[in-house]
Design a protein around this ligand. Structure first.
Ligand SMILES: *Cc1c(COP(=O)(O)O)cnc(C)c1O
Length: 388
């Protein structure tokens, strides 16, 4: 073991099982380790590097802001976050945006907004938020509570109260649980990412939106992973034709810089009032300048490219030897393999391709603009690894 890895193990909290790979530089969808070995990256730092490593236009936009001012408190006006909020509003129809620094924080804001709405508007003192079994909403104590997976709860009790769970894609139990808990809000991912790349059925989403309307329940969509072009639309709920009340996003929004955004639609636009919420780094001008660049480039042409790449992946891998099935949308895909997913990851890495896992599946989250020939090369490797 080299001293570099030794020091990581010695000085960094042991929360990650790292692969024996140090990335030292990258360009587009290719990165290099310390020995100069090249890898095609199909993980993008978990759906963060939207246009790959060190995309030139993005680097220029970020550098320009970095050379002008790097941070100011939220006590003063600054332009990058205003530009970004206006763009998000124009692209989604949301009324207002709250900026933070991560997915968990974007969800915290969504939860606080839903609670305050229940208190202010409906007089509900201790509202319940219904989330889905097998969901993932973050690692803070409250977003862990929102996460419908016991494995994440273990060792961290007591969690924040006020959450109940219902299984994804089960309409009967949805009605039962809405009856049982009278939730003030329902929070869900359109494609459960960490849960194994499982999309919600159209029928289930239709019923969700129907019951929400009937019972005046807020709809919160967690677009932390699915957002920002990942599923072939700007936000994944747009594939399902409904208007949510709150949308949280993070990961890919700023193309590789920390950001969280909570979009507040008409019904909840005035719930948050001065000092009811805040964040020191939220709306950071460098992150927002990166996000403005990313968002301005997620246009129809780019989204058509996402669909094209999706088709290439599915056509290449579906029914290939050693592959049992593919789930997901756009460039957020889960591949069920005969071999254990961990073995596929390891062997792909040896052959110069970086892929992820999600539960028992091999997960692909490539850059939205990965060149077709680079993608083809990576798919050949995956196919070869899966069939042997
Ligand atoms: C990653 C993720 C989060 C948590 O985001 P962090 O930035 O790690 O806090 C929340 N929800 C979903 C759906 C995610 O994929």
């Amino acid at each position: 073991m080299n001293s570099f890895i030794e020091n990581d193990k010695k000085y960094i909290a042991s929360t990650y099982n790292r692969f024996p790979l140090q990335i030292v530089e990258g360009k587009g969808s290719v990165c290099k380790d310390e020995n100069g070995k090249e890898y095609i990256d199909l993980g993008t730092g978990i759906a963060v590097n939207t246009f790959g490593f060190c995309d030139e236009e993005w680097v220029n936009a970020v550098s320009k802001q970095l050379n002008s001012f790097q941070h100011t408190s939220n006590l003063y006006y600054s332009s990058p976050c205003i530009t970004l909020a206006k763009m998000l509003s124009e692209r989604t129809g949301c009324s207002k945006v709250f900026f933070s620094n991560s997915g968990a924080e974007a969800n915290e804001c969504a939860i606080k907004t839903a609670r305050k709405y229940a208190a202010d508007v409906k007089g509900v003192k201790e509202p319940i938020i219904l989330t889905l079994v097998n969901s993932f909403h973050g690692r803070t104590v409250t977003t862990l509570a929102a996460t419908g997976q016991d494995v994440f709860h273990k060792d961290f009790l007591p969690l924040t109260e006020g959450f109940a769970y219902t299984p994804a894609n089960d309409i009967e139990l949805l009605y039962e649980n809405v009856e049982k808990y009278s939730p003030s809000a329902i929070m869900f991912e359109i494609v459960q990412g960490e849960g194994g790349v499982v999309p919600l059925d159209k029928d289930f989403v239709n019923e969700l939106t129907k019951i929400a309307k009937e019972k005046d329940i807020l709809l919160i969509v967690d677009e932390v992973q699915t957002g920002n072009g990942r599923t072939g639309k700007l936000y994944s709920y747009m594939n399902y034709g409904f208007i949510p009340d709150i949308v949280s996003t993070a990961k890919g929004l700023a193309g590789g810089l920390p950001i969280g955004a909570t979009m507040l639609f008409e019904r909840v636009k005035d719930v948050l009032t001065p000092s009811s919420h805040g964040s020191t780094f939220g709306g950071n001008p460098v992150s927002c300048a990166g996000a403005v660049n990313i968002l301005s480039r997620i246009d129809d042409e780019l989204l058509n490219g996402v669909k094209e790449r999706h088709s290439l992946i599915v056509d290449t891998l579906n029914n290939a030897k050693g592959i049992k099935g593919i789930s997901g949308m756009g460039l957020m895909l889960g591949i069920e393999t005969v071999k254990p997913a961990a073995d596929v990851v390891k062997e792909c890495m040896e052959k110069g391709v970086l892929v992820l896992t999600a539960k028992t599946k091999v997960r692909l989250l490539p850059a939205l603009n990965i060149p077709m020939d680079t993608l083809k090369k990576a798919l050949c490797v995956i196919k070869e690894v899966c069939e042997n």
